[in-house]
Write a protein that binds this ligand. Structure first.
Ligand SMILES: CC(C)(COP(=O)(O)OP(=O)(O)OC[C@H]1O[C@@H](n2cnc3c(N)ncnc32)[C@H](O)[C@@H]1OP(=O)(O)O)[C@@H](O)C(=O)NCCC(=O)NCCS
Length: 199
């Protein structure tokens, strides 16, 4: 009887865990393929026929593709990189990627000279944050979990880029500003204009 009750308790706790949203580091091929699927759902190039520039601005979008190789490389270098995702009912609902600023290969000081004046700063580059279009409250959970993680790794600042042109990603700007990011510069890359935001 006692064994049976233990089995029922274990089964119930597994059931609860499966339905709860969890922050995970994606590892399996299935999880990586779900990250790529979420990225694909949000790419401008895949939504041009169904979304206007106002839709892009209000709902947000991505311009950079994510590949399996990108994810595997980040997972192989987790001391410098971060990959986190929200898993709910066995499926990923959104993910966030980032890395030590030096790994990004971007010289932000060319476009935001004041960055060099912040004494003792250690910068983390917040690369990509995205969720499935139909879900909500995913971005804030991902961002807050990144803040905890990068703080524990000794970073003092988080820097990111948000597309200003061809479409203004106003949704992403409002989201990041809510969490304390401020615009510190602007740069051009591949015919896009990107705002530089710092927290
Ligand atoms: C950016 C993104 C990850 C935010 O995720 P989310 O799950 O919608 O965010 P949350 O629901 O946790 O929102 C937290 C707060 O951000 C702000 N916010 C989020 N989306 C917003 C929008 N479209 N317009 C204005 N403010 C917004 C709100 O203040 C919101 O708080 P509230 O719900 O209490 O009003 C999501 O919109 C997304 O995936 N967009 C497409 C891809 C993208 O643009 N990524 C960013 C690239 S730089």
């Amino acid at each position: 009887m006692r064994l049976f009750l233990r089995f029922v308790r274990l089964w119930l706790s597994n059931l609860t865990n499966q339905n709860m949203s969890q922050i995970i580091t994606p590892k399996t091929d299935f999880e990586i393929s779900q990250m790529i699927e979420i990225c694909t759902q949000n790419l401008v190039e895949n939504n041009r026929d169904k979304m206007s520039s106002d839709d892009f601005s209000n709902k947000g979008f991505l311009i950079r593709k994510l590949t399996k190789e990108d994810v595997q490389e980040m997972l192989a270098n987790q001391d410098k990189h971060l990959v986190v995702a929200i898993k709910e009912n066995g499926n990923l609902q959104g993910y966030l990627t980032g890395c030590d600023l030096r790994e990004s290969g971007i010289d932000f000081s060319l476009y935001a000279p004041n960055l060099n004046k912040i004494e003792g700063a250690k910068f983390f580059y917040h690369k990509q944050i995205v969720k499935r279009p139909e879900v909500k409250n995913v971005g804030s959970k991902l961002l807050l979990s990144m803040f905890d993680e990068v703080k524990s790794r000794g970073y003092s600042h988080v820097i990111c880029r948000i597309v200003h042109r061809p479409f203004l990603n106003q949704s992403s700007i409002s989201f990041h500003e809510k969490f304390g990011f401020k615009k510190v510069g602007e740069m051009s890359e591949n015919n896009n204009v990107l705002g530089i935001y710092l927290r």
